[in-house]
Design a protein around this ligand. Structure first.
Ligand code: HEC
Ligand code: HEC
Ligand code: HEC
Ligand code: HEC
Ligand code: HEC
Ligand code: HEC
Ligand code: HEC
Ligand code: HEC
Length: 668
């Protein structure tokens, strides 16, 4: 997701505090006249939170110089789109050139989310509702509509400043779809400030889809809708297209006006390397595999690095590398050693593990993208996680141990089922691990090891060794760093251990005692709260925004509701419906609706704060009513519920007031 790898030379980097200072400064002048005047404020804002480094030009709709009249909206539908150019250059030939000889691989790829990552906006690609939809929040009113086959967006700021854009491009198609707007006068793409949630069929403000300080809308002095330009070509192009070149030049070395890619989306040549020589060889001299790379034939590290180009956090080594990237795109090609790449290096989470070239880089741990022991905390960083696993470092684990990029003949799953995760058959279960740890081929030994029934979710290797401790796309996702649950990890890093993420009603003390009994792990020292209050409750109330959002998700996770019961989570989710972070509120609401009796509870995620506290009150009352009608109401000191089934309010407040409110930036 919108992680920013480093983009700009060191002298242009800022940390997130100075970023916010900038925003505040910019936001101060108030609009003084009707009509609008857009003033490019230049390269001032640093959009990203990792300290990072992305220069964003912002539109500011205020402080208009005297004498400027509103600019009439031009007829956008007639003009060619100001869209990045899709053109295979150099040794790239594009996927169409492969289809004839490899129809099966082309077909399975075509049905994968990789293919649809970036698309021109067409009837086929646009999933969002553009049927004259009106959306309003803060100082922005949006109307989404169609003109002929064109998708259009009208943006009205502060009730007066009207802009009409054409939608030229889309990003994503599985969980979320993001839209790119272009104006006639400006070749840069602006991001539509709303995104479409595909499964929910719903628009939400784009900033509401993240756990990120830039998304804190309870700072009314800031318009969160300030427009971003160039975000696509400075950030997203890196991982969302094949062979992207932000500032390409023509044969004579003259700058071209638009960014260029070999292909929108993640196409054949992103994983197999440029195909010109291979196509030529097959045309000229008959069947040969030469000229392309098959990741399945590479050693496990080289194979994984093909994926690691994009499924990672990485940094550019030097300013020079940055400039070269802007013009020519990345130098890495599949089959090469990603760690020896002259342009990029892969972040290892902990600063002491990072190469020495860039002492100026921020410590990613601090901002929330990594847990303090260096484990990746944000989704889309599977490569960073996997390479820290013992199975990779001491064994031959690779992405292709579990995933496949083309569905094979004879696979009984539907194409759609396969495409969601692109796992090899059976690799959603214990086979993924037993393929190497073959002593667990014996169900009795599995039970002996896990202490859960053989068919229990508590006997699934993934649930203890790759639990849902990463966050992104409004959900918790599996950590790709294989590790074992301990209470110590929770105490030292704040990361929920796998046992308490499933046994939501249990304390850390319960887990510590059980782990001592089962695995002889030493019992760490615990505080009174850790002894007496369920661990999930502590994370939900007292945790930082990243812990709160993981608990908001876990409270709706079916595997966890089975052993933990589902009648007591409502008051905690209700509290999270009024969290400072939109992302936390959204995930809490989704889980809330999965609890029995609340499926039609309505609530405006982006409503003003008073409406949200009213919703919390209403939610609490609904639960209290339900408690009274239940034969066995939820009770328990560790759940902060008294024997009559009422919340222990003073305790609840005390813990909520202890909440860790340090700014969180989970860079998905
Ligand atoms: C470092 C590589 C990288 C960059 C840069 C990046 N993304 Fe992503 N993005 C990913 C990966 C990997 C995923 C898939 C994550 C997953 O499925 O857990 C993803 C997923 C997404 C999705 C969800 C797609 C879907 O079908 O649900 C959206 C939307 C998205 N990114 C938007 C953006 C935008 C907008 C930008 C630029 C501001 C951006 N990303 C920059 C790697 C990146
Ligand atoms: C004119 C026909 C032709 C075209 C066009 C073609 N290929 Fe191939 N490709 C072949 C043949 C033949 C083989 C060898 C098949 C074999 O070994 O079974 C092959 C093998 C491969 C392999 C497997 C290599 C290996 O080492 O296992 C990959 C990957 C591949 N092609 C990718 C591509 C891509 C990507 C494109 C488009 C850029 C492409 N091919 C275009 C004919 C073609
Ligand atoms: C995201 C990476 C990725 C993309 C995109 C991709 N492939 Fe592959 N391809 C792989 C991997 C990995 C393998 C090894 C087998 C597997 O995982 O299914 C493979 C295997 C192959 C093979 C060998 C035969 C086989 O199925 O194992 C051919 C041929 C091939 N790909 C062609 C293509 C063509 C043509 C395209 C585009 C239409 C394409 N691939 C897109 C990653 C990719
Ligand atoms: C050029 C960048 C790029 C490369 C190379 C790449 N991916 Fe991805 N991958 C992405 C992006 C971006 C997404 C998000 C697509 C979406 O979900 O719409 C994604 C999504 C995925 C998904 C989730 C699909 C879903 O939505 O459920 C899996 C699994 C995956 N990639 C595995 C791999 C593996 C394994 C490899 C290497 C063989 C690989 N990818 C290579 C960029 C890349
Ligand atoms: C040991 C098996 C295993 C390995 C190795 C593995 N994965 Fe996964 N991966 C999974 C499982 C299981 C899921 C969850 C699928 C689901 O819930 O549908 C997953 C999910 C994903 C997702 C989707 C995340 C989400 O939920 O949005 C992406 C992207 C992904 N893997 C990429 C990779 C990449 C890239 C590598 C190599 C760096 C890799 N995986 C290595 C098992 C594995
Ligand atoms: C490609 C083979 C491979 C796969 C697949 C694999 N592992 Fe491993 N794993 C290894 C190797 C090799 C080691 C190192 C063994 C050693 O140190 O004795 C290891 C180590 C481990 C360890 C740590 C052992 C220790 O003493 O610290 C755990 C835990 C583990 N694996 C669990 C899993 C789980 C769970 C899965 C599935 C999600 C899995 N592994 C998948 C090969 C693999
Ligand atoms: C209920 C949770 C749980 C489940 C499920 C689980 N494990 Fe473990 N596993 C642990 C714990 C806890 C440890 C660490 C033990 C210690 O502290 O020494 C561990 C340690 C390991 C180790 C390293 C020590 C050893 O015994 O070799 C391996 C390998 C391993 N697990 C593999 C697996 C595999 C494979 C599966 C699935 C068949 C699995 N585990 C399922 C909890 C679990
Ligand atoms: C994915 C969910 C899941 C995870 C992870 C999990 N369990 Fe369980 N656990 C269950 C379920 C379901 C049961 C009910 C009995 C069964 O299925 O075996 C259970 C039962 C138990 C029991 C006995 C019943 C009780 O409530 O007293 C204990 C003790 C226990 N688990 C401890 C642990 C410990 C310790 C860990 C971590 C090492 C762990 N569990 C990880 C799901 C899980």
């Amino acid at each position: 997701m919108s992680i920013r790898r480093e983009d700009s030379p060191p002298d242009r980097q800022r940390d997130s505090d100075s970023d916010q200072a900038d925003e505040t400064r910019l936001a101060q002048p108030k609009a003084s006249a009707a009509g609008f005047r857009r003033r490019l404020s230049g390269f001032i804002g640093v959009a990203c939170c990792l300290g990072a480094l992305i220069l964003v030009v912002r539109l500011i709709w205020n402080d208009p110089p005297a004498g400027n009249q509103p600019v009439p909206a031009p007829d956008m539908t007639a003009a060619p789109p100001n869209r990045p150019v899709e053109l295979p250059t150099g040794d790239y030939v594009g996927s169409a050139a492969c289809q004839g000889c490899h129809p099966n691989q082309h077909g399975t790829w075509s049905d994968s989310y990789h293919r649809r990552m970036t698309q021109a906006a067409t009837e086929e690609s646009v999933l969002g509702d553009f049927n004259n939809v009106r959306l309003s929040a803060q100082d922005l009113d949006v109307r989404l509509f169609k003109e002929g086959s064109q998708f259009m967006a009208e943006l009205v700021f502060s009730g007066a400043d009207k802009h009409i854009f054409r939608v030229v491009m889309t990003t994503g198609s599985h969980n979320q779809q993001v839209y790119w707007l272009a104006s006639l006068t400006d070749p840069r793409q602006m991001i539509l400030p709303y995104l479409y949630l595909v499964p929910e069929r719903r628009w939400i403000p784009r900033h509401s889809a993240f756990v990120n300080t830039m998304c804190l809308v309870d700072r009314p002095e800031l318009s969160v809708f300030k427009a971003d330009f160039d975000r696509w070509k400075t950030i997203c192009i890196k991982c969302h297209a094949t062979h992207g070149q932000p500032n390409p030049v023509d044969e004579a070395g003259r700058p071209l006006p638009l960014p260029r890619v070999a292909e929108f989306g993640i196409s054949c040549e992103a994983c197999h390397g440029p195909g010109a020589a291979h196509v030529r060889a097959n045309r000229d001299s008959g069947a040969t595999a030469n000229g392309v790379v098959n990741p399945a034939r590479l050693p496990h590290d080289r194979a994984s690095e093909v994926c690691g180009q994009c499924h990672s956090v990485s940094f550019q080594r030097t300013d020079e590398a940055h400039q070269k990237w802007l013009q020519d795109g990345y130098s890495f090609r599949p089959g090469e050693d990603l760690f020896a790449d002259p342009m990029l290096f892969i972040s290892r989470g902990r600063k002491e593990l990072m190469p020495a070239e860039r002492p100026d880089l921020p410590d990613l741990v601090e901002f929330g993208s990594y847990w303090t022991d260096g484990m990746a905390r944000a989704a889309g960083r599977e490569f960073n996680g996997m390479i820290e696993s013992p199975c990779y470092q001491k064994g031959k684990l690779s992405c292709l141990s579990c995933h496949e990029m083309h569905q094979k003949d004879g696979d009984k799953r539907s194409r759609a089922e396969w495409a969601a995760g692109q796992l090899k058959p059976g690799m959603d279960g214990n086979r993924a691990c037993v393929q190497c740890h073959d002593r667990f081929n014996n169900p009795a030994l599995v039970t002996q090891h896990t202490h859960h029934l053989a068919d229990s979710t508590g006997s699934k290797c993934y649930n203890c060794h790759m639990p849902h401790t990463s966050y992104g796309l409004l959900k918790a996702t599996r950590s790709h760093q294989v590790s074992s649950p301990t209470v110590a990890e929770s105490l030292q890093t704040g990361r929920p251990n796998a046992c308490n993420q499933c046994h939501l009603d249990k304390t850390l003390a319960w887990t510590a005692d059980t782990l001592t009994g089962w695995y002889k792990q030493p019992k760490p020292k615990l505080t009174a709260d850790e002894e007496h209050v369920a661990a999930s409750v502590l994370w939900a109330l007292r945790g930082d925004a990243g812990q709160r959002v993981l608990m908001a998700w876990s409270y709706g996770w079916q595997d966890a509701l089975k052993p933990s019961g589902n009648t007591w989570q409502a008051p905690f989710l209700a509290q999270l419906l009024d969290d400072r972070y939109d992302g936390v509120r959204f995930v809490a609401h989704r889980s809330w609706k999965r609890l029995p009796g609340f499926s039609d509870f309505d609530y405006n995620l982006v409503g003003p704060p008073p409406s949200r506290s009213a919703a919390v009150e209403r939610a609490r009352q609904t639960w209290e009513q339900l408690q009274k009608t239940r034969n066995r109401p939820a009770v328990g000191r560790q759940l902060l519920i008294d024997p009559e089934g009422r919340i222990l309010d003073a305790e609840f407040r005390r813990l909520w007031n202890l909440r860790d409110d340090r700014p969180m930036v989970i860079n998905e």
